[in-house]
Design a protein around this ligand. Sequence first.
Ligand code: 5GP
Ligand code: ZN
Length: 120
Amino acid sequence: MADRDPTYQPDCLFCRIVAGEIPSDRVFEDETVIAFRDINPKAPTHVLAVPRRHLDSVADLADADGDLLAALFSALRHVADDAGLKSYRILSNVGAESGQSVFHLHFHLLGGRAMVWPPG
Ligand code: 5GP
Ligand code: ZN
């Protein structure tokens, strides 16, 4: 499959979404990142920004991954701007206890409603 990153893992849901093998509602893409709507949205805007490269989570990032993080946050900013959001939340769950359920690095962008703090 042409869109498969060299780090593609066949058992990873988001690798399969990146490759186009599982459909998603994409709202942004460039050569490093794709962003698509969460299938179970927790806010009027709920988008996931995902690197094409497979990493399990933030815990897998290396000091040399600054460009990857810049690309992810650029994507998130574009999505927020396109949605007209002035206030929003970006978060990434790291590990099952924090609520991570898909072990391919992703950042949630949530907006369009008032948020509470701290999250549960
Ligand atoms: P996590 O729980 O790992 O922080 O976030 C994973 C997110 O992926 C969840 O919010 C969940 O709703 C979303 N998700 C799970 N499966 C799919 C899917 O097949 N398509 C899309 N678009 N989102 C998914
Ligand atoms: Zn993956």
